[in-house]
Design a protein. Sequence first.
Lengths: 331, 327
Amino acid sequence: MSTQTETTRNTLPSYSEAFQQGVREEMYRNESIFILGTDLIERGGHFAQVRGIAQEFGLERVKDSPISEAAMVASGIGAGMYGCHPIIDLNFIDFSLGAMDEIINQAAKIRFMFGKPVPLVIRATSGVALGGAHHCNSLEVLFAHTPGLSVAVPSRAYDVKGLIKTALRAPDPVIFLMHKKLSGVRGEVGDENVLIPFGSAHTVQSGKDAAIITYGYTVVTAQKAAAKLAESGVSIEIIDLRTLYPLDEDAINETVKKFGRVVVADEAPLYGSITGDIASTATEENFKYLKGPIVRVGGIRAPISAHPQSAEAAIPTVESMINAVKKVLAY
Amino acid sequence: MSNDKEWKRKLLRDMVVIRTFEETADKLTLRGKVAGGMHNSSGQEAVAVGTMSALDPKDVIATTHRSHHHTLAKGMDPKLVMAELFAKATGCSKGRGASMHLADVDNGNFGGNGIVGAGVGIAMGAAMGIKQLGHKKVSVGFVGDGGMNTGRTWEAINMAVVNKLPFICLVDNNQYAVETFIDRVTGGRDIAKRGAGFGLPSFTIDGQDVLKVNRYVKEARDRALAGEGPTLINALTYRYYGHNVGEKGQYRTQEEIADWRDNRDPIDRFSAQLISEGLLSQDEYVALHAEVTAQINAAVEFAEQSPYPDLSTIYEDVDSGLLGAKS
C-alpha cells in the first residue's frame, strides 16, 4: 500500500464521523431536528458521534439530558408528534430497556392508532465488544419484530451517512444501531445528495460458490472468512442487509436462487435471532432452489462475558463462519 | 357581566355533557356495545373542565386510560367519542383505539393511553416541541394517583424542570389505583411535597371545584408562558363507579361513595352556585339536561349507525412506507 493511499484513508471520515456528517447536513436542511442524549455537548457523545455539533448549532439543537431513558424517548415522541424531528441518543442500546414502553407501546403504535406520524430517530450503539453483559446486548430483533418500528444496522461509514439522512427525512420512528467495534473504521461516504433507502441490501463482494447474508460487525467477520476461503479457491458472495426492517427480501430471494448454498449470520443469540426468520422465509419461498438447508451462525445463548476472549468465543468467529460455508458447499 | 355568565354556564354544560355521556356509555358497555369496556370518569368532571377551560384550544394534552372526560372537555364531538368506544370507523381513532385511545392530534389531543404514566411523558415531549419551535402554548399531561408511583412520571417531571418546559402535570387524583387506596402505596403520602422536591411549584387542590381547578391551571399556564417552567397540580377527586364498568369492589364503603356524591359532587355544587348567583334558573337547568341528553342520544345513534372498519385496512398506517422509497 503506498504512502499516499494511507494518507487518503486517514482523512476519510470514520463510521462515527459519517454519522456527524449526515446529521449536520440534515440539521442545516431541517431546523426542527434536535438531538437529546447524555454527554453530547462537551464530550460529543461516547463515540464522538455528535462531536462539534453543539458548538456549531447551539444548545437549542443539542441538549444534554438527565440519565432518564424513558423521559428521553418520551421527549422524542411528544416533540415528534408536535412537529420536530428529534434524534434521541441512548448511547448503548442496552439502556433502551429503561424506555421499552415508550419505544414499543408508544412510538411504534401512535401512527396506527391516531393516524399521525412520529418522526423520531433513536440512535444507540449495539453489539458485542468490551464492557460485559450490560453493554453488549444485540436487541435488534426486538425492534424489528415490533410493527411500526424500522431498524438500521449499518456496517460502514457510507451506509451510516446515507441511512441516517434517509431516517431524518421520513416521518417514522427509526432505531438506528451502530456497532461499537466499527466506530473508528474509516471509509468513503456519499455527498449530501446520497440517501440510502431502507430495505436495500448491499453486495459487499460478489462470489460464485456460496453466499453469506449478514449485517453489522458480522460483515467484517464474513469478509475475513471469505478471504481465507479464497485462498483455497472458494468464491463467496457477501450481502449486507443494512436494515432489518424494512428487509430487502428481493435481495435475499435472489441470493438464494442464485447460489442455493446460503449462510445467514449475526452475533445475536441464535435462539430467536432474526437470522431464523430470514432463513425460514427464504426457504419457504425458494425451496426448490436450495441445494440443502440454509445454515445459520449466531451467538450462544448466554450473556456476554466481560472477559474479552470469552466474549469473542460467544459470537461468530472466522472459523465458525468458514465451517458454516463448508457445510453448505458440501451439499 | 354576561361574558362571565355565559362562560360559567358553559363550564356547567361541559360537565353535564361528560356525566351524561358516561352514564349512557356505562349502560351501553354492560350491553356489550363498547369494544373492550371502558373506564367511567363520573365524579371527575371538574378536573377535566376546570383544566380545559383555562387552556387555549390549541394547547396540547395527553391523558390516561380514563380519558373520556378530558377528551370531551377538550372539545371533541361526543359523536366521535361514542363511535370510537363502539370501535366504529367513524370514531376519532377510526375504531382502532376505543375507550383508552381517544385522540385528535391536530387539535392538540395527543391521546389517551393504556399504560399508566405514559401520557405524562408524551405531554412533556410535546412541551419540548413547543419550546423548540418557539410557540406560545402549553402542554398538559394528565395522570392518576396510581401513575404518581411509576418512575417514568418523575423522569418526565424532572426533564420538564431542567429544561423549563411549558408543561403542567395534572394529577387527576381519584385516590384509588384500581382498588388500591393511594395512602397504602404512596411513600410520604403527599404528592405535592414530592413535586416540590423536584423543584417545581406543586399544589394540592379541591378537584371538585371547577373554578378552583380553572384558576390554578390558568396561573400555571401563565407561568409556563412566561418561561418559568412546569407546575404540578394534584387535584383531589373521586370516581363514582368501579375501575372498569360493572365492577363493585369491597375496597371502599358505600358511605364513602355516598359522601362524595351527596356532599361534594362537582356538578351539583356548581349548578347550585350558579342558581344562587342568579346566573341560571331551575327551569334552564332542567332544559340544559334535556338538551344534553338529546345530544348524547344523537351520539349513540351516530355510533350505532356507523360502519365498522373495513378489514382490508388493518395493514394501513403502520408506517409511512417512505423509508424504503427509492429516490
